[in-house]
Design a protein around this ligand. Structure first.
Ligand code: SPV
Ligand code: MN
Length: 613
């Protein structure tokens, strides 16, 4: 291949370390040409992708793409964290030696981009000027133009981010090679894909997919796995799969910030984008900062915890996004937003898109409509007619600036001070609407025992959760014991401590099965209670598992919930909790080196439950 230097020079990319890195991988992958991408190239790249049929127009200023049918989601089994130190092996990080993985990936990638363009995407996973900026710079190489288009929406992309680095060699090397998707044996024993983060070399090598987090390497590979490792190795920060919101009280002028983790499919994006319920809009405003990642550090000057959203966009699940569930998301993907839709249903004639839950029923007139695989709805074989039109993991990709309630200070390099850290899952019983935790070790313990109802229920283990510590199970990059210790150290070093809480919007009636709490916008109410509790304005009711609201402490103006349902979600089922504690013990026993403070928290809660029973 010729012209690497000419292409980099022509784009004004002077960083010699970046140039050497690009040269190495261009040669190894056999790419035919190299092209440097900045955000200002978006319109041109869109034009080229449309002309090549790689994406389709989806109405004014919106676009549509389909992925290969066997390439529709992140693969946890094929994801590996590699380092040179076997002590970095944890329970969830699929650790392998770097000395084994690097040659393996190089072998797969060798010559695999032959004939293709290698896009060089310099990016920053932080607002420019952030105190964490030195952990945020990266250069993704990708042989897929649609991936470059996604990166422009999801990260701050431009040559200047990489040329202005204080330490010119301090950037994440993130290599993405698609491979021959039809020959990779996805999901079979011969699966060829590998998604590797070599954390101690700050190198990400992903082979065999062009979908989502498998391919947009700034997001979960850098923003979570690599950053979590960097935050631990430096001792400076935490990188978590957390949403981040602000709540403004227009009466007092106070502003609060809450971040928190929820396992997939627990409504994190809907929560992050929520608006105040009608009855409270006169007083409260909810500001959106981020729906998927937060980096947390303690400022040595004022002792407060500050959070940033390192991302620049939203890669949201389309399914069930509607005016009722998430009106701000719909506004963020409206005509003119530059949104890229992936794997939703598409109409050839009208360029409309649709997904399950967008409207109660699919379009009645199926003319022109194709499902996510590209099959005309009217021509689907009889056995497929009940299959969803959109893939359940179909997505919209849009920049933060398109979210109507984006916080005015979302780009503040310092981040925002954190008042509360919340965890929540989908639990049909046991977990009350909210329980507040004021002790740091008990808060971290609660995060470590976070879970969501999983397929275990189908296997007959009623009530057993799939534990997902801090919602980081798929992104954990170092051992869980050290992870817990790092949390205690970082958050413990803050002079002003956050309040923790566990929330659950999904408790159901034992007989009828209906949800006991309306959810969505009304979820602001328990969060307001939490902030009032922190300020000492309400006292709550103390239970073995935390403080829950007394009934008259929740602002229920305009809520339609029955007194019985309210009673259930504001009480503790001691027996169910006692059962849960046994599962928790087994869960935590997997993690060697778990700090004694966490075990003490567990024993304290268990003893209090025992006394209550
Ligand atoms: C997730 O799966 O949690 C995501 C989407 O945020 S992806 O980037 O594909 O991992
Ligand atoms: Mn996520």
């Amino acid at each position: 291949m010729v012209g690497v230097d000419a292409a980099l020079g022509g784009a004004g990319l002077r960083n010699v370390h970046v140039r050497e890195y690009v040269r190495y991988w261009a040669e190894l992958t056999g790419a035919a040409r190299v092209e440097v991408v900045s955000a200002s190239d978006d319109a041109r790249l869109l034009g080229e992708a449309l002309a090549d049929g790689e994406i389709l127009p989806a109405g004014e200023g919106r676009y549509y793409s389909r992925s290969y049918v066997k390439d529709t989601a992140r693969s946890e089994e094929r994801t590996v964290v590699a380092t040179g130190n076997p002590a970095d092996q944890g329970v969830y990080n699929n650790w392998r030696p770097a000395s084994e993985m690097r040659p393996l990936l190089e072998e797969r990638m060798r010559g695999a981009s032959a004939g293709k363009t290698m896009y060089v995407v310099p990016y920053l996973m932080a607002p420019a000027g952030s105190p964490l900026e030195r952990y945020a710079a990266g250069v993704q190489l990708t042989d897929c133009r649609t991936v470059a288009l996604h990166m422009i929406r999801m990260a701050r992309v431009g040559v200047h981010y990489i040329d202005s680095l204080a330490d010119q060699n301090s950037f994440v090397r993130a290599v993405h090679v698609t491979g021959d998707l039809e020959k990779l044996g996805q999901g079979t024993p011969g699966d060829q894909r590998y998604f590797v983060t070599i954390a101690d070399e700050r190198t990400i090598l992903h082979f065999g997919s062009s979908y989502g987090g498998n391919a947009l390497l700034g997001k979960i590979a850098h923003g979570l796995r690599q950053a979590a490792y960097d935050g631990w190795a430096s001792g400076e920060f935490l990188a978590e799969q957390f949403m981040l919101i602000g709540i403004a009280d227009t009466l007092t002028g106070k502003r609060y910030h809450i971040c928190g983790g929820f396992p997939s499919a627990s409504g994190k994006t809907n929560l992050a984008m929520m608006l105040a319920p009608g009855a409270l809009t006169g007083r409260y405003r909810v500001d959106f900062y981020g729906d998927d990642i937060a980096w947390l550090r303690v400022d040595p000057d004022d002792g407060k915890i500050y959070a940033i959203n390192p991302e620049f966009g939203v890669f949201g699940v389309a399914k069930d996004t509607s005016e009722a569930t998430n009106p701000t998301a719909l506004a963020a993907v409206a005509p003119g937003t530059g949104t890229l839709f992936t794997n939703v249903a598409y109409n050839d004639d009208t360029q409309q898109v649709w997904w399950e839950g967008r409207t109660p029923a699919p379009p009645a007139d199926v003319t022109g409509w194709r499902d996510w695989t590209g099959t005309l709805i009217g021509e689907r074989p009889a056995e497929d007619t009940s299959a969803p039109w959109a893939h359940p993991n179909s997505r919209f990709t849009t920049t933060l600036a398109n979210v109507p309630n984006l916080a005015p200070d979302f780009g503040d390099p310092a981040g925002v001070p954190i008042d509360a850290i919340i965890f929540g899952g989908r639990a049909r019983d046991r977990e009350p609407l909210i329980r507040a935790i004021t002790d740091l070790a008990e808060g971290v313990y609660d995060g470590l025992t976070l879970g969501a109802e999983a397929t275990f229920a189908a296997e007959g283990v009623e009530g057993l959760l799939r534990y997902d510590p801090m919602s980081m199970r798929p992104f954990m990059s170092y051992p869980e014991g050290a992870y817990a210790a790092h949390w205690l150290k970082v958050i413990g070093s803050a002079a002003s401590q956050p309040i923790f809480a566990h929330v659950n919007w999904f408790q159901r009636d034992r007989k009828g099965g209906h949800y006991l709490w309306p959810g969505y916008r009304d979820n602001l109410r328990p969060l307001l209670w939490l902030l009032r509790l922190k300020e000492g304005k309400v006292r709550g009711r103390h239970t073995p598992v935390g403080i829950i609201p007394a009934k008259d402490e929740l602002n229920l103006d305009g809520v339609t919930t029955t007194p019985e349902d309210l009673q259930t979600i504001l009480s503790i089922d001691t027996l169910r909790w006692q059962q849960e504690m046994k599962h928790r013990e087994q869960h935590l026993e997997q993690f060697p080196g778990l700090p004694e403070e966490i075990w003490q928290a567990h024993r304290r809660v268990a003893a209090a439950l025992h006394d209550a029973g």
